[in-house]
Design a protein around this ligand. Structure first.
Ligand code: SAH
Ligand code: SF4
Length: 367
């Protein structure tokens, strides 16, 4: 079967070229064609020797996941839906801002971690995306969005905050991250690539060694009691271990802080005492907070905290000395906001049914 060259980072491609008896500089040329120029047709790679092009045509392909739909929101947010086979689809969202353009990329079809307030988690898990499917989202979005007049790419930042837990798909994630950083591919700085994790502690340490990019940690609760219920992976890696892992990560990180994401759930984790407990929890971790107003989805069982509650919570953290921002909800009209990414996933494990049946209520969460 033909090899998909989007599955390789620079080292992988060089190794594959070596197996074909080709020099490393040929691999670099093809890497640049694929990722800098967005070229998927070997015949169009004009400075490659014809004999090599012919070999590539028989041995290899450049196959990103196909686009099923491409929707533009009133606020400029753009949502792509990609076919990842067997009836599964994943979503990728482009968010334009004044000073940057951020692409929010998916890492898995579904997610096995079942966070209580997350629509992806509610659907259950189907499978890990391949490296080609992860980098292919950026490849396709770059082709669709293009460059600004000066030649720079519209996409300046990538966040692994779409569907799935990126650190649960470590081996396929790393080559994709390396391509994002590679000057012969997308050439993004480490600060402009962010992995968001629900807190898989051993994988955070591995990321620090393999490819230290900016890190966002989905905190969502100040105590183990509440976090065990909202983010079940906390039962395996509780807060004390998570805070220690954040401190270790900072020795390698391109930024000198961790971003803590905190979804604001009405009456669940948004009280003054929660803000106070958070200040105590993170006292030894240089960090910023990003408050995310909960984005509802059918039968979620949660409500978004009122705007004045979110403001009060933010003020509390700021007065405690922590830089705190509140995420603007964007792309609402096309269901592209955080946690609403649903794609369409056939759950191999039938988790959907279990999760819906066992859904906790806000009162139970405090019991
Ligand atoms: N699995 C990773 C990355 C994907 S989720 C993680 O959990 O960090 C990206 C962010 O969206 C996480 O902070 C997640 O907790 C948050 N999120 C999930 N569901 C949400 C919802 N319904 N409303 C607002 N944010 C949500
Ligand atoms: Fe998975 Fe992240 Fe959703 Fe939790 S919030 S279920 S880790 S995608």
């Amino acid at each position: 079967m033909a090899v998909n060259l989007l599955d390789f980072d620079a080292d992988g491609l060089t190794a594959w070229f070596a197996q074909q008896g080709e020099k490393p500089f040929r691999a670099r040329q093809v890497l640049r064609w694929m990722h800098q120029s967005g070229e998927g047709d070997f015949n169009a790679m004009t400075d490659i020797a014809k004999s090599l092009r012919e070999k590539l045509l028989t041995e290899a392909v450049v196959t990103p996941p196909p686009v099923i739909s491409d929707k533009l929101s009133d606020d400029g947010t753009r949502k792509f839906l990609f076919d990842v086979g067997n009836g599964n689809a994943v979503e990728t969202v482009f968010i334009p801002e004044d000073d940057r353009g951020t692409l929010c990329v998916s890492s898995q079809a579904g997610c096995a971690l079942e966070c209580a307030f997350c629509s992806t988690g509610r659907q259950g898990f189907n499978r890990n995306l391949s490296t080609a499917e992860i980098i292919g989202q950026l490849w396709q979005a770059n082709r669709a969005l293009g460059r600004v007049a000066g030649g720079e790419r519209i996409i300046s930042n990538v966040v692994l905050m779409g569907m799935g837990e990126p650190l649960a798909n470590f081996d396929n994630l790393i080559p994709a991250l390396r391509l994002m950083l590679d000057d012969h591919a997308y050439g993004l700085s480490r600060r402009r690539v962010t992995v968001s994790t629900s807190g898989i502690v051993p994988a955070m340490d591995r990321l620090a060694e393999a490819c230290p990019v900016a890190l966002a940690v989905s905190l969502h609760a100040p105590t183990d009691g509440l976090r065990d219920k909202l983010v079940p992976i906390n039962r395996k890696y509780p807060l004390a271990e998570l805070m220690a892992a954040c401190q270790r990560y900072l020795h390698h990180a391109p930024r000198d802080f961790i971003t803590f994401e905190y979804v604001m759930l009405d009456g669940v984790n948004d009280r003054d005492e929660d803000a106070r407990a958070l200040l105590h929890l993170v006292r030894d971790v240089p960090c910023k907070f990003n408050l995310i107003p909960f984005n509802p989805f059918p039968d979620s069982g949660f409500r978004r905290s009122p705007a004045d509650r979110v403001r009060r919570f933010a003020t509390h953290l700021i007065e405690g000395g922590i830089v705190t921002t509140t995420r603007k909800t964007r792309g609402d009209d096309i269901d592209a906001a955080c946690g609403q990414l649903a794609g369409k996933v056939l759950d191999k494990s039938r988790r959907v049914i279990r999760a819906v049946a066992g859904k906790p209520t806000a009162t139970e969460l405090h019991s």
